[in-house]
Design a protein around this ligand. Structure first.
Ligand SMILES: Cc1cc2nc3c(=O)[nH]c(=O)nc-3n(C[C@H](O)[C@H](O)[C@H](O)COP(=O)(O)O)c2cc1C
Length: 309
């Protein structure tokens, strides 16, 4: 049997599949179902200190181009009920003592991020900062200096692992990843959604209430693979070894293997749940297991980064 366990710094995961932020991560019961489906770790939906209303509908649509289902476009606007409600859900989830890890995804201003990270650290196994949502404010993930300082400030405050989730909507993602690493992050999550738009040609208007949204799902997989590859390649050249959570379009076990080959240590699983149901985690794990047996790979370490020169 191939060994699917992996490590994100101090965090040991029984397998590399992590529920990505924003999909089903709103309450303990849903998170529990994802764990029962086989996830190695789960991420909450991003939440802020105070509740946020988000945008009007339509906020999420399925993208169909030339009759092909190519993914989802969302501009939810990080609607969430705020820290106190998430605290209750994280406590409820933790009280189930499941064999998994809980990642709290947080969102805020430069001043709020460190405060919220401190507020959350007793309720989760790791903190992920969402500085990269393309339909809200992703300015932090576009400014290496600010990102490095913010990462350093949060690291100085918390003892739990810190994951920085970065954006593909930048000129050079390597520079942004390097800033997070220089700030001392324990892992990089790449990528958040790709800024995109869909226009309804019958009305001559963008469909989403927010006009722009974040594109996710199968269509962004090649973009995510390229970004993970670029980051891993930069780290190799600079002798750095910070784990990458590869996120974007993973739909099958073969996709997961491809992301590992580009340099990921673990994988975020998001939009595919819409297409393959909540038990997709077990399905992807079986597909990975089959591929690894067929190709004689014994563990994730033998696959990680092998495509990177
Ligand atoms: C409906 C929806 C909501 C999302 N909400 C968040 C969020 O709250 N925080 C975040 O960091 N990313 C959020 N994302 C981005 C995902 O975590 C992930 O980075 C992206 O969807 C790419 O992965 P995928 O192609 O597997 O879905 C959201 C994505 C979708 C589709």
């Amino acid at each position: 049997m191939p060994d699917l366990s992996t490590r994100l710094g101090k965090l040991n995961l029984k397998n590399p599949l992590i529920l990505a932020a924003g999909i089903l991560g709103t309450n303990a019961d849903l998170l529990k179902r994802v764990v029962e489906s086989g996830a190695g770790a789960v991420t909450t939906k991003s939440f802020s200190i105070n509740k946020r209303k988000g945008y009007e509908n339509p906020a999420v649509i399925e993208l169909i181009e030339n009759r092909q289902k190519i993914g989802l476009l969302n501009a939810i606007g990080l609607a969430n009920p705020g820290f106190e409600k998430f605290k209750e859900e994280m406590e409820k989830f933790k009280s189930c003592n499941l064999d998994t890890k809980l990642i709290a995804s947080i969102f805020g201003t430069i001043a709020e991020f460190p405060k919220l990270a401190g507020m959350c650290e007793n309720y989760a196994d790791a903190i992920e900062i969402d500085v990269s949502c393309p339909h809200v404010d992703d300015s932090i993930s576009k400014n290496p200096k600010i990102l490095k300082n913010l990462t350093g400030e949060i690291k100085g405050l918390i003892s739990k692992p810190l994951i920085v989730k970065i954006s593909p909507n930048v000129t050079d993602i390597k520079e942004i990843a390097k800033a997070a690493i220089d700030g001392g992050c324990d892992a990089i999550a790449a990528i958040n959604t790709v800024k995109a738009m869909k226009i309804d040609i019958n009305f001559g208007k963008p469909i989403l209430a927010n006009k722009f949204g974040g594109y996710s799902g199968i269509g962004i997989k090649p973009i995510a693979v390229a970004k993970v590859y670029e980051i891993y390649s930069m780290m190799k050249k600079e002798n750095l070894d910070v784990p990458i959570i590869g996120i974007g379009g993973t739909t099958t076990g073969e996709d997961a293997i491809e992301m590992l080959m580009a340099g990921a240590s673990a994988l975020g699983i998001g939009s595919v749940i819409h297409y393959r149901e909540i038990d997709v985690f077990g399905k992807i794990l079986n597909e990975m297991d089959e591929f690894m047996k067929e190709h004689n790979y014994k563990n994730i370490g033998e696959i990680k980064g092998i495509a990177v020169e």
